[in-house]
Design a protein around this ligand. Structure first.
Ligand code: UGA
Length: 441
C-alpha cells in the first residue's frame, strides 16, 4: 500500500520505517530540508535502538523515501499520516499549528480520495478541526473530493519504539466510515497476527484513549512517589510496599517504581493538555492537577536531600551526575529530572560533572559551555574530587560500579540515588552515606 507520513520526527520515522519493513511503499515528508537531506543519506537525527538499520535497509530496497516536497507527499499515499509535533502552548494545551498546516496542504493538493490519519497526540476534537480545514480549502478550490479523517494514536515508548510498533498491545483506530475501518484493518494486519488487537471505536474516544493511557501511567508514578514520600516520613520502605501492592494483579508491578518523577516529551505534556481540555469543557480535573504537582516537586527531591546532608550549603560543591536523559536508552532530555536537579545545583552555586552513555551531545546543545558544567567521557571520571554522586538515570552501566574505587575518588563517600539502583544495606556496609527514594536508610 502507498503511505505518506508528514513529520519525520520520532513518531513519523518509526511509523514510516515499520510500515516499509512489512512491504509497504512509504514516503516521509518533512519541511526541514536539512533533516530530509540527512535522512536521504541514512543519517538518523534521533537515537532509537534498531531504527537506523531499519531506515537504511528499507531505503536501499526503495520502500522508504524522504522528501520535503509536500505536494508530492499528498499525491503519493492513499493513507496520509499526520505525525508532526504538538508542543505545549503557553497555557499547557497542545499547539495544533503544525497539524492544521498539514491538513491545509492536504486540502490544497489532493486530487483523489484520501484517508487522513492523526497519529500525533492531539486533543479531543482535533479530527473535526482537520476535517473542517480540509473541507474549507477544498471549497476554496471549488473541489469536492471525498476523504476520511481517522484518529490512530501511537503508544510507542522511546527506547523500545520498534518493538512497540511491530508487536503492539493494541491498535486503536477511531473511525466513523466502515469501509475505511476495513482498509485500516488491512493496513495493520501484519502487526495484528497472534490475536486480534485491532480496537475500532468512534473518533473522539480514540483521541481520549491516548490521553487517558498516558495520564493513568503518570498517575501510577506520582501516586507511588507520594507513597515513597510518606514512607520516608513514617519509617517504612517503599520497596517493600511496592512488592506488597504490585503482587495484587489488579494493581500490577509496572509503572510503580518511585524515582525522580516522570519526564520526557509525553507524560508531562499530555497530563497538562488533558487537564486544559477538561477545563475548556467546564470540568475541574483534580486528580490530573495533583499528578502534575507531585511530579513537579518530586524532581527536586534529591536536591532537598543534598541540602539536608550538606547543612544547606551547596555553594562551591561539585556533584557528579550519572545519567542525563529522562530515562535509559534514549538521548532525550526533554523534561528530564536531571535538568531540574542540575539547574537547582547551579542556582545554589554548585558545579556539576556529568556522564551519560548517549545524551551528552544533547546536554551540550542545551547547556553549552557553562563554567560550572563539565561532561566527562567515562562514569568514573565524574567522581574524582566530587563531593557526592547523584544517580539520576538508571542506565545499566551504572548498576554495578566499583564501589571501592568510588569511595576513593569521591571527596566524601556520599551517594544520592534518585532511582533506587543500589541496595541500602550494602551501601551502609561499604561505608557510604546513602540517600535513595522512600527506602529505609
Ligand atoms: C510514554 C508511554 O509509555 C508510551 O506508551 C506512549 O506512547 C508515549 O509516552 C507517548 O505518548 O508517545 P515514554 O515517554 O517514551 O512513553 O516513556 P516511558 O517509558 O513511559 O517513561 C516515562 C517516564 O516515567 C520516565 O521519566 C520514567 O523514568 C518514568 N517512570 C516510569 C517512573 O518514574 N516510574 C515507573 O515505574 C515507570
Amino acid at each position: 500500500m502507498k503511505i505518506t507520513i508528514f513529520g519525520s520526527g520520532y513518531v513519523g520515522l518509526v511509523t514510516g520505517a515499520c510500515f516499509a519493513e512489512v512491504g509497504n511503499d512509504v514516503l516521509c515528508v518533512d519541511i526541514d530540508e536539512e533533516k530530509i537531506r540527512r535522512l536521504q543519506q541514512g543519517e538518523i537525527p534521533i537515537y532509537e535502538p534498531g531504527l537506523e538499520e531499519m531506515v537504511i535497509e528499507n531505503s536501499r530496497e526503495g520502500r522508504l523515501r524522504f522528501t520535503s516536497d509536500i505536494a508530492e507527499g499528498v499525491a503519493f499515499g492513499l493513507f496520509q499520516f499526520i505525525a508532526v509535533g504538538t508542543p505545549p502552548d503557553e497555557d499547557g494545551s497542545a499547539d495544533l499549528r503544525h497539524v492544521l498546516s498539514v491538513a491545509e496542504s492536504i486540502g490544497r493538493y489532493m486530487e483523489d480520495y484520501r484517508i487522513v490519519i492523526d497519529k500525533s497526540t492531539v486533543p479531543v476534537g482535533t479530527a473535526d478541526l482537520v476535517q473542517q480545514k480540509i473541507s474549507s480549502v477544498l471549497a476554496e478550490r471549488g473541489m469536492t473530493y471525498d476523504f476520511d479523517v481517522v484518529s490512530n494514536p501511537e503508544f510507542l515508548k522511546e527506547g523500545d519504539a520498534i518493538g512497540d510498533f511491530m508487536k503492539p498491545d493494541r491498535i486503536v483506530v477511531g473511525v466513523d466510515n466502515p469501509r475505511t475501518k476495513e482498509l485500516l484493518r488491512t493496513l495493520y494486519a501484519p502487526f495484528n497476527r497472534s490475536h486480534d488487537r485491532f480496537l475500532a471505536m468512534d473518533v473522539r474516544s480514540a483521541e481520549l484513549t491516548k490521553y487517558a493511557a498516558n495520564s493513568m501511567l503518570a498517575t501510577k508514578i506520582s501516586f507511588m512517589n507520594e507513597i515513597a514520600n510518606i514512607a520516608e516520613r513514617v519509617g517504612a520502605d517503599v520497596e517493600a510496599v511496592r512488592q506488597g501492592i504490585g503482587s495484587d494483579s489488579r494493581i500490577g508491578f509496572s509503572f510503580i517504581y518511585p524515582g525522580m518523577g516522570y519526564g520526557g516529551s509525553c507524560f508531562p505534556k499530555d497530563v497538562q493538555a488533558l487537564e486544559r481540555t477538561s477545563r475548556q469543557f467546564g470540568y475541574d480535573a483534580r486528580i490530573l492537577q495533583a499528578v502534575e504537582a507531585v511530579n513537579h516537586d518530586q524532581k527536586s527531591s534529591l536536591v532537598d536531600k543534598m541540602k539536608q546532608h550538606f547543612n544547606g550549603e551547596l555553594k562551591g560543591k561539585t556533584i557528579a551526575v550519572w545519567g542525563l536523559s529522562f530515562k535509559p536508552n534514549t538521548d532525550d532530555m526533554r523534561e528530564a529530572p536531571s535538568r531540574r536537579l542540575m539547574e537547582a545545583l547551579w542556582d545554589e552555586g554548585a558545579s556539576v560533572r556529568a556522564y551519560d552513555p548517549v545524551a551528552m551531545d544533547e546536554a551540550r546543545r542545551i547547556y553549552g559551555d557553562r563554567e560550572d558544567f563539565e561532561l566527562v567521557e567515562h562514569p568514573d571520571h565524574a567522581l574524582k574530587g566530587a563531593d557526592a554522586l547523584a544517580v539520576v538515570t538508571e542506565w545499566m552501566v551504572f548498576r554495578s560500579p566499583d564501589f571501592e574505587m568510588m569511595k576513593k575518588e569521591l571527596n566524601e563517600p556520599v551517594v544520592f540515588d534518585g532511582r533506587n539502583v543500589y541496595n541500602p544495606d550494602m551501601m551502609e556496609q561499604l561505608g557510604f552515606s546513602y540517600y535513595s527514594i522512600g527506602r529505609l536508610p
